[in-house]
Design a protein around this ligand. Structure first.
Ligand code: TYD
Length: 200
């Protein structure tokens, strides 16, 4: 079995840049690495992503569509790759649903746990890299983006709740996470990633 590693953080934390670098470092070790993302990762998931990022909807619908896309992603992509011995790196997974729909939108945490139990009772990431950053810093980084999606357009208090949602998830299961101070310079973050790479 390969390993399943997820990258998480509020929009603007810089996780996507570091994900590409991290995957390259694993490939240089000779590992077969699959990079994927949520919402998305399958043809149906990518269609749901377009809807989720653009179309206003209730928080319950948002959570159900996130988990619907996730079920496809797990069955079609993640599990087959892991079974074939590949390493899977996903830009977001269920922690994002707890942080955004639970923390950000205020959806009941237990409902999300029920969806998680339904959709992946037997799968959790081996490791989650959580890029943690003060919301002011994340928002400054987003300010350079020309087009912001439905989530990125939210106000600072939404992102404060998302960040708190991530912290709650980390508290519930600390051994699964590496918490990275993403307010630091790129070089310092890379150094931290090198330390993590040496330990897996
Ligand atoms: P993101 O991963 O930040 O992609 P990009 O870097 O291309 O903007 O965008 C996905 C958005 O979807 C992000 O704002 C968080 C949100 N999201 C949820 O609200 N719940 C989820 O379960 C997932 C996977 C993502």
């Amino acid at each position: 079995m390969g390993k399943f590693i997820t990258f998480e953080g509020v929009d603007g934390a810089g996780k996507s840049t570091h994900l590409a670098w991290f995957a390259d470092a694993l490939r240089q070790r000779g590992l077969d690495v699959v990079i994927t993302r949520e919402p998305g990762g399958t043809p149906l998931g990518e269609q749901l992503r377009k809807i989720l990022l653009n179309q206003p909807m209730s928080s319950g619908t948002e959570a159900l569509l996130m988990f619907a896309a996730r079920l496809e992603h797990i069955e079609q992509v993640i599990k087959p790759a892991l079974r074939a011995g590949k390493w899977v790196i996903s830009d977001r997974f269920s922690d994002a649903s707890f942080a955004y729909q639970g923390g950000g939108r205020g959806l009941d945490w237990d409902k999300l746990s029920q969806l998680e139990q339904w959709v992946h009772p037997d799968l959790q990431p081996d490791l989650t890299l959580f890029f943690d950053v003060p919301i002011e810093v994340a928002r400054q980084r987003l300010a350079n983006n020309v087009s912001l999606d439905r989530f990125e357009q939210e106000q600072a208090d939404f992102f404060e709740r998302v960040r708190a949602g991530y912290h709650k998830r980390v508290r519930e299961n600390p051994q699964r996470y590496a918490v990275i101070d993403a307010a630091q310079s790129m070089d310092k973050v890379k150094h931290k990633l090198e330390v993590i790479l040496a330990s897996i």
